[in-house]
Design a protein around this ligand. Sequence first.
Ligand code: FE2
Length: 392
Amino acid sequence: MQLPPGFQLSFSPSKLLCRPGAIETLAEEARTLGMRRVMLVSGTRTAQGRAMAAVRAALGDAVAHEWTGIPQHSGVADVTAMAAKARALGVDGFVAVGGGSASDSAKGAAILLAEGGTLADHANVFHPPDHYVQKVLAAPKLPIIAVPTTLSAAEVTPGLGVRDEHGHKLVFWDPGVVPRLIVLDALATVDVPAALFATTGMNALAHCIEGMYSRVRNPISEGLALQGIRYLRQALPRVVADPANLAAREQALVGAYLSGLVISNARVGIHHGICHGLGSLGGLSHGTANAVMLPHAMRFNREVAAEPLALAAQAMGVEVAGKTPLEAADAAIAAVQALQRQIGVPRGLGEAGLDRALVPALARGAMSDRGLYFNPRLASEPEVRELLESAW
Ligand SMILES: [Fe+2]
């Protein structure tokens, strides 16, 4: 693919530990980060699971408090209360265990503690069609350690989303909240249902595919995205076929990590722009929304992004010799649909449980999502509505 006319790249100072049983070393790792009094952050189900038990055992007395009520989409009220509690206890860092909501909540609390004010003060704003305002959040943040148990990859990125009281997702971008340590411990995820790996894995795959066609893609994000696509399309069917397969779970976790590096640098497009509303307004999990929408978003972009999608097709294991870029792009879409069937994720918004009456509001909401800014093809509100209907 041609080099872009200019590009920038940044990697946060974040250490990755990847090995079954890596959580055992957490106390030592926390000390090297100056964390002696941490708040554990998780959802209620994760709090009873294997990863959390391992984290508790490893950290021992260094745990000042467990905040275990994080809902599927973290909300402004929760994060604000969490920050107040952290301040009152004088914690010196967060350990987020679980999916994207846990790490997004920890990141949000770190922003509030350091920057003051309210969360809304620090959210980025997109004025359609093409003006994007990113806030500068320069105050030093408390360190975060992330132990992901899903494939959301939220922990890898400087981005985060928190749902406001109207169901809109406030989005933030702050390199200071990228976890200083990310622990990929496949052993700690064996009690996580394979179906959750499947849906959140489709979200990770979407990060890679959207990264391929994003307006701010670059040669480095492209390399990461292609490797992420290869890992995820190999690993997800293996995890679903044999949920006890540790090597497959680890490959999936690494694929998700790669996808996080992709969106940290190439951001996400219309697919995520729509999925944010499907989560915050429509009540779908981010993974489920992603699992359904991905082929539809690819089809929306196929003509302007045929070349990057043709490369994605190859990474999906498709033979593209003799195909035009557009034919190869269509083959990439077909390969994603085949993967959907193979791993048994929902393929329609109705099947996923969305209320069809929400479609107009979802389309309207998506218009102010930053994903539309980074998408290679500008979208109008009727087009977004049509895209949502096509995914029914
Ligand atoms: Fe995502």
